[in-house]
Design a protein around this ligand. Structure first.
Ligand code: SF4
Length: 280
């Protein structure tokens, strides 16, 4: 075990029994880490702490599934090929991956066994692995919740910059890989306006991104306390409006209906309707 408390995340080695798991998002999901040191405020994976309690806060720990590659190799002897979402409850390319290379080696095995790798990340480290994905049907996707660098640093303090994420898509495209972008969760009253949607969709369209998903902020377990803390500190005037759109049923319905109209308007204006899904 490697542990540091001086501002650095606590890293533990936790061997796993299974790494390729059936999933509702694709056929399978694969997570080489429990926890994510990207520490996004709105992260829905915070629910993991219910099943894997840690004394550290979300973002301050990562458990490394140190035997992930061996376990995957064993599972692949029997598993039927299908699509694999990498990753569903962590970022597979968070900083610890730079030296561990577990996600990289798992992707290499998946590609070799004809599985379709679907990546979603907020890290430019994924560029390291385009070599093993090239010539496969893999899809490389990034998440963008706001084009504003200041907002990005507040909500996603340890992720790649938004520009670096666009660069990931550009380089994946240049490698002839399919690409996707997740605009979500859009931050109510901060990054959900028609202007912001047009700005982000224009960029995605210019880059030739194949699929664009849009998602709203959802009041998932353990998310609200973190969101509330940030709002109190940075946007106290938004505390009440957020409470309404997250927890008041009729306000939430009205908010989502409005958001859908904006998403539809932006995608129609930019002629991207065939590529946009979610919130539509
Ligand atoms: S990158 Fe994804 S998994 Fe990691 S903290 Fe952010 S939202 Fe959570």
């Amino acid at each position: 075990m490697v542990a540091s408390r001086a501002g650095a995340p606590v890293v533990r080695e936790t061997p796993c029994k299974s790494i390729l798991n059936r999933s509702g998002i694709g056929d399978y999901s694969l997570n080489c880490y429990t926890g994510c040191t990207h520490a996004c405020v709105y992260c829905y994976a915070r629910f993991m702490q219910r099943f894997h309690p840690h004394e550290e806060s979300w973002g301050d720990f990562v458990d490394v599934k140190s035997n992930a590659v061996e376990v995957l190799a064993r599972q692949l002897r029997r598993a039927q090929p299908g699509s694999v979402f990498v990753s569903s409850a962590c970022d597979g390319w968070q900083p610890e991956e730079a030296k561990r290379q577990l996600t990289r080696e798992c992707c290499r095995l998946l590609v070799a066994h004809n599985f379709q790798v679907n990546i979603l990340t907020k890290s430019a480290l994924v560029l390291r692995d385009l070599d093993i994905l090239a010539d496969s049907p893999a899809r490389v996707g990034v998440t963008v919740t706001t084009p504003d660098p200041h907002l990005q640093r507040l909500w996603e303090p340890r992720c790649a910059t938004v520009e670096q994420r666009w660069q990931v898509l550009a380089e994946a495209k240049a490698t002839d890989l399919r690409t996707s972008v997740m605009f979500g969760p859009l931050l109510p009253f901060l990054s959900d306006s028609l202007e912001v949607l047009l700005e982000m969709m224009t960029r995605a369209g210019d880059l030739g991104v194949d699929s664009i998903w849009v998602d709203q902020l959802n009041p998932r377990p353990r998310v609200w306390p973190a969101v509330q803390e940030l709002l109190r500190r940075e946007f106290p005037d938004l505390l009440w409006p957020y409470r309404k759109v997250l927890f008041d049923k009729s306000s939430r319905q009205a908010y989502i209906a409005q958001l859908r109209r904006r998403v539809r308007a932006a995608s129609e204006k930019l002629k991207l309707t065939d590529r946009v899904s979610g919130c539509t």
